[in-house]
Design a protein around this ligand. Structure first.
Ligand code: ARG
Length: 247
């Protein structure tokens, strides 16, 4: 299989927020710091907020990648609020509505399609636990834990668990309020359980990677936790490629 893609989208998703290295920390999404730096080296100037949309970086063959600003009106974003804590809106958090993965290679019948963006809709934990909660992403748990009045100096208060739950509730609540589709992790696990049954009933076997099927929160409350999966990788499928940036 030849490995030099003709068209390459350098963004990991078509919609993502910039991450600016200020010297004293990252403003925005640390995960995009390298791409943000590259865009800046190409003359792109972001506003400098924690939620600036990155331009698309698209490369054809060996030519220099071109930058394309996303038309602002095409991107739906959801400001976050909490159903019980009014102060939550003051954190001025938000996320975009649609995750469109654009850095994977689609393989069908031995052919590789290097520029094949695809989207679904979000599961709440992707945003509420990982994007906004991970320490190497927006890292919002300490602030939320403190606003909730929890003892954040001791793990024993389970402040992280409780802050995570509050953040996840805010994500689901806000997407619902704005009429943007999102699935919670309990419903998604139930849906997958039904899929497993239906596939078996149809005489097909199910494969899956448990580490991806398990939600990061409340995992033991889902059937996935108590199930083993055949990790065979079948095609057609999407595959990762190495992530080094253009220079
Ligand atoms: N986990 C990624 C994110 O938080 C999105 C990956 C695709 N997710 C999906 N539900 N289709 O942005």
């Amino acid at each position: 299989m030849q490995d030099s893609p003709r068209v390459r989208i350098w963004n990991t998703q078509l919609i993502r927020y910039a991450g600016y290295d200020t010297g004293t920390g990252i403003v925005g999404d640390p995960d995009t710091a390298a791409l943000t730096r590259y865009c800046q080296s190409r003359g792109w100037v972001g506003e400098g907020t924690p939620f600036d949309l990155l331009p698309l970086v698209i490369q054809v063959g060996d030519r220099e990648p071109e930058l394309f600003e996303l038309p602002e009106e095409t991107v739906v974003e959801v400001p976050l609020s909490h159903p019980e804590h009014e102060w939550f809106a003051d954190l001025e958090l938000q996320w975009y509505a649609v995750p469109i993965v654009s850095d994977m290679i689609l393989e069908i019948g031995g052919l590789r399609y290097p520029a094949a963006p695809f989207n679904g809709w979000y599961m709440g934990t992707e945003i509420g636990s990982r994007d906004l909660g991970d320490r190497d992403r927006y890292d919002k748990l300490p602030e939320i834990g403190e606003r909730l009045g929890f003892e954040t100096t001791t793990d024993r208060s389970l402040w992280k668990d409780r802050a995570l739950t509050a953040l996840n509730r805010a994500v689901l609540h806000s997407f619902d309020r704005h009429g943007v589709r999102i699935v919670d992790h309990h419903t998604a696990a139930d849906q997958f359980e039904r899929f497993e049954h239906e596939e078996r009933a149809a005489g097909r076997s199910v494969t899956g990677d448990r580490s991806w099927l398990l939600p990061p929160n409340a995992s033991s409350t889902t059937h996935v936790f108590h199930t083993e999966y055949d990790e065979t990788v079948r095609t057609p499928n999407f595959f990762y490629r190495d992530a080094s940036l253009p220079n």
